[in-house]
Design a protein around this ligand. Structure first.
Ligand code: CA
Length: 234
């Protein structure tokens, strides 16, 4: 079997060619296989046709922008998507997470930092659940750890890898308040800076997918200033 088939394959969607080449060169040196796509519409097509291990996505693209790419591939693509945002554009970060990105990084791209983020997200997808863990059931939410599937009242719900990890984490601690800083350390392997809203936005997406009322959530409750509580029965 040719070695390439075993390499982790990253799709880098970036129209700034010198930047794309620089990042590709760095990641290839690190043992990744990297495909560059410069056009948003073609990126959607590529992601639909091929199982990339991760996607790194610029926002400003010819064809269609990175937000649209993320929004259109997310229902089918469950791997990590890391969006590249302009520095300080907080609104871009919020939109990126709302359209289903798992993470964002401010430009200019620092290849080493990107590599670190990629490794965290790729490792998450690989984490095998312990053999003893078959299903976690909280009320009418059933989480099958081995097949990584979730159902609510018997109806299958499609979650991204990042959403699945967060739901499983909260469900395993159902009935207890989970601190935001612990979620950062355990799931993102990052210290919590007190500002980053990526977990909050992921919770919002989870609530939507679990048919939880965003204003009066009964499944995943917000504990002001602390974190979240998944109710044992909803
Ligand atoms: Ca661009």
């Amino acid at each position: 079997m040719p070695e390439e088939i075993l390499k982790t394959h990253i799709l880098l969607v970036e129209d700034d060619q010198p930047l794309a080449e620089m990042v590709r060169e760095f990641l290839v040196e690190q043992g990744f296989d990297v495909t560059i796509e410069s056009d948003g519409v073609r990126a959607i097509d590529r992601i639909a046709r091929r199982a990339y291990d991760a996607v790194v996505l610029d926002i400003g693209l010819p064809g269609t922008d990175g937000f649209n790419v993320c929004r259109s591939v997310r229902p089918k693509y469950s791997g990590p998507i890391i969006v590249l945002t302009a520095r300080g554009e907080e609104i871009d970060e919020v939109i990126a997470l709302e359209v289903g990105a798992d993470d964002f990084m401010a430009k200019p791209v620092r290849p080493r930092a990107l590599l670190a983020r990629l490794k965290v997200h790729l490792r998450r997808g690989d984490l095998a659940p312990p053999a003893s863990m078959t299903a976690v059931i909280v009320g009418d939410v059933r989480i099958e750890a081995s097949s990584r599937t979730v159902s609510v009242a018997g109806e299958r719900v499609d979650l991204t890898t990042a959403e699945f990890e967060l739901l499983l984490y909260l469900a395993q601690r159902a009935g207890s308040v989970v601190q935001r800083k612990d979620i950062y350390i355990d799931l993102l392997q990052l210290p919590y800076d007190g500002l980053d809203r990526s977990i909050d936005l992921r919770v919002s997406r989870l609530r939507r997918k679990l048919n939880d009322d965003p204003n009066q959530p009964t499944r995943i409750k917000s504990i002001r200033g602390v974190g979240y509580l998944m109710a044992k029965t909803a």
